[in-house]
Ligand binder design. Structure first.
Ligand SMILES: [Zn+2]
Length: 251
């Protein structure tokens, strides 16, 4: 029998201890975000940085997010300049590789096309901090305007990473989002929270003039709302939601 600590440890969304755990985390992340408005045909992808720090594990093309299992995840080396062109890789894999190269502090990344976030990224205003969801992005969310098309070249990937800067998310104008996190828990939280904030903004604007939380207050409130402890709890709840409460590594 596995005690609570064991289950928590094995299902942890913190940095993966092995390539197998990395693939399992990517599969779970894809299934989770599919439940929160990120499903779009077979498009969109999640990735994590592997234990060696120089290999990422990313959903390969062909499956819808909700269908992804560990077998649908492929390794890509950050040390191989054209690694993102590997057979089976999504065309926009370069967005991930360039984000990891630019941001040694991140352990996970997600690119998707969620409806409300894409709509928000097609407006001048972008994200307004209207709720606790908005607090996740106290400095706002920058908008990448380099192209409305697919991001497939190293140069475009670098430009997206530059637009992301030190933030948790960037809106790709007329296209989608790129979110990053310290690990997969935080990246999934950013993806879900950004889409929810965009949805809430849409509702609020329909009801009347909006009253945002001031930037300074938002910065101060972030630390009380978003903590590692809470994120552990959310990750466990999401894993239960997608029906996978098996300790990873067991049949
Ligand atoms: Zn895309």
């Amino acid at each position: 029998m596995i005690n609570e600590e064991g289950v928590l440890g094995r299902l942890s969304g913190r940095l993966p201890a092995s390539p197998a755990e990395a693939a399992e985390q990517v599969a779970l992340a894809c299934q989770i975000i599919a439940r929160f408005g990120h499903e779009d045909l077979t498009l969109g992808h999640a990735s994590v940085r592997g234990p060696d720090g120089r290999t990422i594990y990313i959903k390969r093309k062909g499956k819808a997010l909700r269908e992804v299992r560990a077998d649908d995840v492929m390794p890509i080396s950050l040390d191989q300049a054209d690694g993102y062109l590997a057979p089976g890789a999504h065309l926009e894999t370069v967005m991930h590789t360039e984000a990891y190269l630019a941001r040694p502090d991140i352990g996970a990344a997600i690119h998707t096309h969620p409806l409300h976030s894409v709509a928000m990224g097609a407006t001048e205003q972008g994200l307004a901090i209207l709720s606790h969801d908005g607090l996740m992005f106290p400095d706002g969310v920058p908008i990448f305007e380099g192209t409305a098309g697919l991001v497939t070249s190293s140069g475009q990937g670098k430009a997206v990473a530059q637009a992301l800067g030190t933030n948790r998310a960037v809106l790709l104008r007329n296209h989608g989002i790129l979110v990053v996190g310290e690990d997969i828990r935080w990246a999934v939280l950013a993806a879900i929270t950004l889409e929810r904030a965009a949805q809430l903004q849409f509702v609020a604007k329909a009801l009347g003039d909006t009253v945002p939380i001031p930037r300074q207050a938002a910065g101060e409130l972030f630390g009380t709302k978003y903590t590692d402890e809470f994120t552990d709890e959310y990750w466990m709840a999401w894993c239960r939601l997608v029906g996978d409460t098996r300790p990873s590594g067991l049949p």
